[in-house]
Ligand binder design. Structure first.
Ligand code: V55
Ligand code: FE
Length: 524
């Protein structure tokens, strides 16, 4: 699904699938990290596997590890002089190779490395720091990997029992002056939004987060400034509890409820409207058998029904209603809103498993069924007995993943969306729901990571601004440009390229922070 840093990683995501079997043989033996870390033996030399299918294996430079400060980057073209803010990105960047029996672990388990481009007066300063998670610190001190397979605590070195497994590798958000970095199995990690120094490796909104987990995709209500988020498996491994909460613009939790889902499974993203919270339970089921066998957390179960849950914002959760319908595997919401008694929401989704590295229980992986399209869901709440959602595929000519929107339109009826196009040409789709048109943004010889929308001015109309993101030069071994494209003049090509002298650390998602939301940014 994700271009983390060039074609090799993408390929490894596809090849780095099931390791069940290798891990299984070792469960119960108490080996692995435990044996490695024994008796004060010196840490092994760092030697990542040469095998491109192995965790962080492959050609040199595939993972990065270096924390970098680069002042005043080279800029080609013209950066808008009034653009003032920071473009943040995060992605997995394995800190250490895994012990032999866990080398088949997946890229989703790499430690989160945050990078930021400070843009002001046409100048750009670049900075990267690992999120200094509890996990990162323990491994740093031990000079080795201490955590085993993806979201599988049974594979960890006994010395890390009780530490957060969170990698902070998926997405980040700026809210109440804090840069919050997410992994959906753990609470946010709070970084200083200017220096990227880790301030809190387990951020609980002042102790008010009543969940062991927190989504990578919170939302911000543009009318109130509230932050709305949820956590699944909130009460521990495979728990069916989901916590939903909101915090005001100062980060004070002002609503909180706990509900139960039909089964434990991946809930990567959600939708918030002015009235409702909509949960999406995918049939990527949490699988205790696989966990006990030393494998990854999830299995894809095509026979399990997908559930969409709707609850009122601000309610006690007792009004939660579940809806079923076509069994689509959806990962990212583009947007959604309440329209009277109806909810309308758009997601990218396939008919089957989109993550081949999470094994399918009943059939081989099928890339055709996994292909993502834009799906428009309609849920009618007017009839108390209705328990079915309706869904149609919009823009069937467009396939892709990583749906986004102009983040200032979370919770509201929206017009513009963005989607990472897949297929021979790649690139980034801009969809206009009002005109029902689509437009492909691509840069010759470059592969684009997620392109994040940046408003031209803080209060510019919806969709009026730029798409910003890292392009990997296919002709220069993946060297990075930060590329800025004007959404109102896509045909003109990039208005500016920040020419990086290296390949930047990879990313899953990115986020634009306006300087007015970053404490101290006026001085930096
Ligand atoms: C996703 C990514 C993750 C994860 C679960 O894109 C879902 C979906 C980078 O980690 O752990
Ligand atoms: Fe995501």
């Amino acid at each position: 699904m994700t271009d983390t840093s060039g074609p090799q990683l993408g390929r490894r995501n596809f090849l780095g699938a099931a390791t069940l079997g290798t891990g299984a043989a070792l469960v119960g033996l108490g080996t692995g990290g435990a044996a490695l870390a024994a008796a004060g033996s010196p840490a092994p030399q760092v030697d990542f596997p040469d095998d491109p299918r192995a965790f962080a294996g492959g050609p040199p430079g595939t993972n990065n590890r270096a924390e970098i400060d680069l002042y005043d980057c080279e800029v080609e073209g013209q950066l808008p002089l009034d653009l003032d803010g920071m473009f943040y990105r995060v992605g997995p960047d394995p800190q250490y190779p895994k012990p032999e029996q866990y080398k088949g672990d997946i890229m989703f388990d790499g430690e989160g490395h945050v990078s930021a481009f400070r843009i002001k007066n046409g100048h750009v300063d670049y900075r990267t720091r690992y999120a200094k998670t509890q996990r990162w610190k323990a491994q740093h001190d031990a000079r080795r990997s201490l955590f085993g397979m993806y979201r599988n605590p049974l594979t960890d070195d006994p010395s890390v029992k009780g530490l957060s497994r969170g990698t902070a590798n998926t997405q980040l958000f700026l809210h109440h002056g804090k840069l919050l970095v997410f992994k959906e199995d753990s609470p946010p990690v709070y970084l200083d939004p200017l220096t990227l120094e880790t301030k809190d490796d387990y951020y609980t909104f002042g102790g008010k987060l009543d969940s062991q987990t927190h989504t990578a995709h919170p939302k911000i209500d543009p009318l109130t400034g509230e932050y709305i988020a949820f956590g699944y498996e909130a009460d521990g491994l495979l728990s069916k509890s989901v916590v939903v909460f909101s915090a005001d613009r100062h980060g004070a939790v002002n609503w909180h409820t706990k509900v139960q889902v039909p089964y434990a499974g991946m809930m990567h993203d959600f939708v918030v409207t002015q009235k409702h919270v909509i949960l999406y339970l995918t049939n990527m089921v949490s699988d205790m058998d696989r966990i006990k066998a030393g494998g990854v957390h999830f299995s894809y179960d095509s026979r399990a029904p997908v559930y969409i849950g709707v609850l009122r914002r601000g309610g006690d959760g007792k009004d939660l209603r579940w809806f079923t319908g076509q069994n689509l595997f959806c990962t990212h919401s583009m947007g959604g809103w309440s329209d009277g008694d109806k909810i309308v929401m758009d997601w990218d989704g396939g008919e089957g498993n989109q993550f081949p590295f999470f094994p399918s229980l009943h059939e081989p992986f099928d890339p055709v069924k996994g292909t993502g399209y834009l799906r428009r869901f309609t849920i009618d709440l007017s009839s108390k007995s209705n328990d079915r959602f309706q869904v149609e595929t919009i823009y069937p000519e467009v396939s892709g993943v990583l749906a986004r929107q102009d983040d200032r339109f979370h919770t509201l009826k929206y017009r513009y969306g963005y989607l990472n196009g897949v297929g021979p040409k790649g690139g980034w789709w801009i969809v206009d729901h009002q005109e029902k048109t689509t437009q492909l943004v691509s840069v010759p010889d470059y592969m684009l990571s997620e392109m994040t929308f940046v408003p031209r001015k803080k209060d510019a109309p919806e969709g009026d601004g730029y798409l910003i993101g890292i392009g990997s030069s296919m002709k220069e071994a993946g060297r990075s440009d930060l590329i800025l494209i004007d959404t109102k003049d896509v045909a003109a090509g990039p208005v500016a390229r920040v020419k990086m002298p290296f390949k930047c650390v990879g990313q899953v998602h990115g986020f634009w922070g306006d300087a007015s939301d970053i404490p101290g940014a006026d001085l930096a």
